[in-house]
Design a protein around this ligand. Structure first.
Ligand code: ZN
Length: 454
């Protein structure tokens, strides 16, 4: 059904506007936006400031099952690598039913936190023994079904994972559920292409990391199609990864990638934490997205991406919730900025040439970067974009007497998830008055799945 939505204030591509009429078609795409409009009879009224919904550019859905359970100091050298051992133990047990139940509740929480689309970096493909399921796309189908049931849009990124270390090392036993040959991977992509050719879905390529694939494998995958599907990779998250890459190739990971592969605006470099100035400049020049996951990077003790220098040079970025210790647009954007404040011992670090307003810059940058990384027409209240909207609580006292980017400042630096009142994806309300219709039942199924799995 076509819709007419009326917003008292809305964030449009060229700035905030008042009395905005947003019209959509039956497929949930925006057809017309009119500012200073009268509300026509039958229009649905939004009771608060309306923003484009935020893309979440990095998710490993199953990791939500262990979020908050790895915060125990068992080893003085606790790091990403000791956390990864715990994560592999969980991975060894999960069934398709459990993965679907975990992803379903996760996606509901994402919607409630202001995310309207997710890029699922999906590497748990095979059964507990490392054998493909009867349908090798079984686990991917479960993730797609979870997304569809909750209403969140998805870019599915089936992961190519072939090796356990730089230079084509054999994978470890803990990685047996992830592994594909190039042929198996391309068959999986071919099969999933048909399932992803519908509204609210997109398919992309994904390399787990430079530890997990060889250059020949990257080239074979990239040469398999000439369409413009997005390409994601974990890169330079950890110092040890940088040291191992140097020992193997005498290049740092980002250097190696740019020396060997034609990286362009289809690419999203997840983390890119340990980037030297020449690497930062290369990412900016390529127009690739830096996929920053501030709460996970903090949780895992990864380090801080050089965001000030990157943004000053015009770099493009987006945010992801990755291991899902937080499902909040507020926390990711706030900690993206706060990390830089703590590092530089200064305030107001991240802003653009056209706006000195930090929250205004961060929200817009993550919308644009996220939409590019997911390869979907979203992230703007404008004709031709999907109607993905977040309505903030216009009755909240902190929002009552502010306008323009101060709305974003209040929400992102002094607010919480509960300021998100209503959420729409593709023209359908999926969260109303802070609630998703399936949240209680999905929460019970999540708890049962986690109890059985850990
Ligand atoms: Zn990740």
């Amino acid at each position: 059904m076509p819709k007419a939505l009326f917003a008292p204030q809305a964030l449009l591509p060229d700035g905030w506007a008042e009395q905005v009429l947003i019209e959509t078609d039956a497929r949930g795409m925006i057809t017309r936006v009119t500012r200073g409009a009268e509300a026509p009879a039958g229009a649905e009224h939004c009771h608060g400031p309306v923003l484009p919904g935020m893309p979440n550019l990095h998710s490993h859905a199953f990791q939500r099952a262990m979020a908050g359970l790895a915060e125990v100091a068992l080893n003085p050298e606790d790091s990403f690598w000791t956390w990864r051992d715990l994560m592999y133990r969980l991975v060894g047990r999960l069934t398709p039913d459990q993965v679907q139940a975990i992803a379903r509740y996760l996606y509901i929480d994402m919607l409630k936190g202001g995310y309207t689309a997710v890029a699922e970096f999906h590497y748990l493909h095979h059964d507990q023994n490392g054998r493909p399921y009867a349908d090798p796309s079984e686990m991917s189908q479960r993730v797609l079904a979870a997304a569809e049931g909750t209403g969140i849009a998805i870019t599915l990124l089936p992961v190519m994972y072939a090796h356990g270390g730089f230079g084509g090392k054999d994978p470890s036993d803990g990685q047996r559920r992830f592994i594909h040959t190039t042929d198996q991977y391309l068959k999986l992509q071919e099969k999933l292409a048909a399932f992803c050719a519908k509204p609210g879905r997109r398919l992309g390529f994904c390399f787990h990391s430079l530890r997990a694939v060889t250059l020949d494998e990257i080239k074979a995958v990239m040469a398999s199609t000439d369409d413009d599907r997005p390409v994601h990779v974990h890169i330079a998250e950890q110092q040890k990864e940088v040291e191992d890459c140097l020992a193997w190739s005498r290049r740092r990971p980002i250097q190696w990638l740019y020396d060997n592969v034609d990286v362009d605006d289809r690419w999203c470099l997840i983390h890119a934490t340990h980037a030297e100035p020449d690497e930062v400049a290369a990412i900016v020049k390529s127009r690739a997205i830096a996929g920053i996951c501030p709460t996970t990077e903090a949780n895992l003790g990864d380090g801080l991406f050089p965001a000030v220098s990157f943004v000053d040079q015009g770099g493009r970025l987006g945010i992801g919730s990755d291991s899902h210790v937080s499902l909040s647009v507020v926390e990711e954007l706030r900690w993206l900025e706060y990390g830089q404040r703590l590092k530089h011992e200064r305030r107001n670090r991240l802003h653009g040439p056209n706006t000195k307003h930090v929250a205004g810059y961060l929200y817009r940058a993550a919308l644009d970067g996220g939409a590019q990384a997911l390869g979907q027409k979203m992230g703007a209240i404008a004709p031709g974009h999907r109607t993905d909207l977040v309505v903030l609580d216009g009755q909240h006292p902190l929002l009552a007497h502010v306008g323009g980017d101060d709305i974003l400042g209040r929400w992102l630096f002094a607010g919480l998830n509960r300021m998100v009142k209503d959420v729409m994806v593709g023209g359908q309300w999926v969260v109303q008055d802070g609630r998703h219709a399936d949240e209680i039942e999905a929460g019970r199924a999540f708890a049962a799945a986690v109890k059985a799995a850990i």
